[in-house]
Ligand binder design. Structure first.
Ligand SMILES: [Zn+2]
Length: 268
């Protein structure tokens, strides 16, 4: 039987996928991927995210300034973001906090994050959040600020298991990438066993977060660097990994993730 699959987080607009895009979208169609949230990260990639959404019904566009891009944002970035959010159904993201990246400017990251969070609340949109090594601060900000009524997704959640409950109470969904099947990600896998059933989502983060070789059904290479990259159609493999991890039949997992995705992103 064929399953209806949902990818809560990818970057289909990424330059590394551009030369493969036609074949990628054929595979996405064949694999039964109903929707994928395509996350913009900076002013430069928002036009491509919008173009993909207009071309492919599977694409739910998301627009945001990623913490790695805050330093390059222009004086007009807020106006530009509003413009893209005005174009049709969308989410806000990828936004967040990152203390892991070298030379991060945390005050600037926080300012951009909070402004975008408030904008999402004002527009009643769901939010995609990236967080690395800044979990305590994220929790503080989410407690202090207005929060999206529909909720928000913590993509590739790698925070402590103890924080899942308090974050879920604030409206968090948690999405798991195939990358967490690598041996060294045992702590992250264990944490996902604590995620409430109605808050679980699945993602590829393609072209990043490649899954282990034996699970990689769609090997793909970056033409520029010759390095392997993750294919968006690998989401089916991520579902199989998560079904095994949670010891749940694939069909019931797929139904649950569909409900969660549709509730958060208001698609059907
Ligand atoms: Zn991402």
């Amino acid at each position: 039987m064929s399953l209806r699959l949902y990818d809560a987080h990818n970057h289909l607009q990424d330059d590394r996928l551009a030369p493969h895009r036609h074949a990628v979208m054929e595979a996405v169609q064949r694999e039964g991927i109903v929707k994928m949230v395509v996350n913009g990260t900076c002013e430069e990639d928002w036009p491509e995210v919008l173009a993909l959404a207009r071309k492919h019904r599977q694409v739910l566009p998301s627009f945001g300034c990623h913490p790695w891009c805050v330093e390059e944002r222009s004086a007009e970035w807020q106006k530009a973001l509003q413009h893209y959010l005005n174009q049709g159904p969308a989410a806000v993201g990828e936004i967040g906090l990152d203390r892991w990246i070298k030379d991060c400017d945390l005050p600037q990251q926080e300012e951009a994050f909070v402004w975008q969070l408030r904008l999402a609340v004002e527009r009643d949109l769901p939010v995609s959040i990236h967080c690395l090594h800044a979990w305590d601060r994220l929790l503080e900000l989410l407690r202090a600020e207005p929060r999206p009524r529909l909720g928000f997704v913590l993509h590739s959640y790698g925070g402590p298991a103890e924080m899942i409950d308090p974050l879920a109470k604030l409206g968090a969904y948690f999405s798991i990438p195939g990358y967490f099947e690598h041996d060294r990600k045992a702590r992250q896998r264990e944490a996902f066993k604590q995620v409430p059933p109605d808050r679980l989502l699945i993602e590829t983060d393609a072209p990043d977060q490649l899954l282990p070789d034996e699970r990689n059904a769609f090997p793909l290479t970056d033409v520029g660097s010759g390095k392997p990259i993750n294919h968006p159609a690998n989401v089916a493999s991520v579902y199989r990994f998560v079904a095994e991890l949670l010891n749940e039949p694939l069909e019931s997992l797929a139904m649950r993730v569909e409900e969660n995705f549709q509730r958060l992103f208001r698609t059907s």
